[in-house]
Every structure is written in C-alpha cells, then in structure tokens.
Design a protein around this ligand. Sequence first.
Ligand code: C5P
Length: 221
Amino acid sequence: NLKINIAIDGPAGAGKSTIARMVAKELSYIYVDTGSMYRAVTWYMLKHNISPEFSDLVLQHAQKMVIQLIPGADGQKVLVDGQDVSPFIRSQEVNGMVSFYAQIEGLRKHLVALQQEMAARKGVVMDGRDIGTTVLPDAELKIFMTASVKERALRRFKELSDAQGLTLEQLEKDIAERDRLDEGREVSPLRCADDAIVLDTTHMDIPQVVETIVSYCRTHT
Ligand code: C5P
C-alpha cells in the first residue's frame, strides 16, 4: 500500500488543522502543521525583541533554533530548543505578528527546507498556505480549503473557550487582515495550486470534510 503526500492549503480559520489531523489519523499518516512553525519562530522573536524588519537577524536566530513537531495528546506539540511552546503560539500577540515574519524570504526558505525533509518519505498530511504551490509541488493530492470569512470567524470564536475577551467582530477583522497579508505578500503568497481540489467547507461539517478528503486519497492509492 503506497503512501502519498497530501497538501492542504487555505486561509486562516478554514479548519485546516482540525481536518488535516483527523485525515492523518484515519490514514495513519504523519500530520505536519506548518503554521505552528511560523508561529514558534514568531513567539521566539517577540520574546527576544527581534522585530521582523531585521530580517537578517531573524534568519540568523531561526537557523540556530531547533524546531520539532511531535504528536501530543491534544494535537501537535511544537518544541523550540527542547521547550514546549505550544501553549504560547496561539496568543493574540503571535496572531497579530506572524504574517509579518512569514513575509521574510530567507525564513521561508529555511522552514520550507525543513518541511520538505519531513515529507521526504511520504505518508504526510501537511497544512499551510504554500504547501501545494511551493513546499510539495509534487504532492499527489492537493486540497484548497476555504469557507466564508463569517463562518471562519464563527469557528474561531467557538474554539476559544474563554474567547480571550474577543468579540466575533474583532475575530472577523483579524481573519480578514491575515488573509489580506497572506494573499498579498511577494514570496509564495496564499494561492490555490492549479492542480488543487477546491473544497468550500462553509456548509460542511467536520466529518464530511474528512470523509471527502480520505475518499480522494483512496482513489490515489
Ligand atoms: O495556519 P496558521 O493560521 O497557524 O498560520 C499562521 C500564519 O503563518 C499564517 O497566517 C501565515 O502568515 C503563516 N504561514 C505561512 N505559510 C505556511 C503556514 C503558515 O506563511 N505554510
């Protein structure tokens, strides 16, 4: 039974990580959340007061960091130099800054190389923004997952247990702004690969989306 690579791209809050994790589990594949890598770098840079304008310095530090993704009880854990930073990478501070660090060309090259290494032996479900276009252009299955901004904000809202004091309107604004930055950047912007299958999940529930992707996968293997 040959394993393939599955690329899942799409805008913020489309449910990519939830879906990708479940698809990986169903197929006994390895799940790689590339957003968590950009988030871990962002967390580190904020902690060390290194602004994204200093791109050379960002890259220098990033190249020295040891970033590891390991499976955890509730999703994937991200370690930076052995420290579990997962509890810190979904804060509003990181949300607000990650797209600025993610624009740094050298940093992207560095993380893309790590991601390609993780997928080299196949059997990987990888989610992000540029997986189908740049990281794994040869992935056997590419999904571009979308949902309306309203629906994505609503999902985020429900996901945040305490909502961190945020209103639905604020979340909608944050998501629209991150879309704008991710789609508008010069280096590998968020874009649907020519050979990707577009899945609009606005009116789909989680099991439906998982089942759809798993069945596409089965037609490939
Ligand atoms: O997927 P998630 O929302 O956690 O990603 C956080 C941010 O990391 C995105 O808004 C984007 O700026 C950046 N990112 C990226 N390329 C990827 C994954 C994430 O630029 N492959």
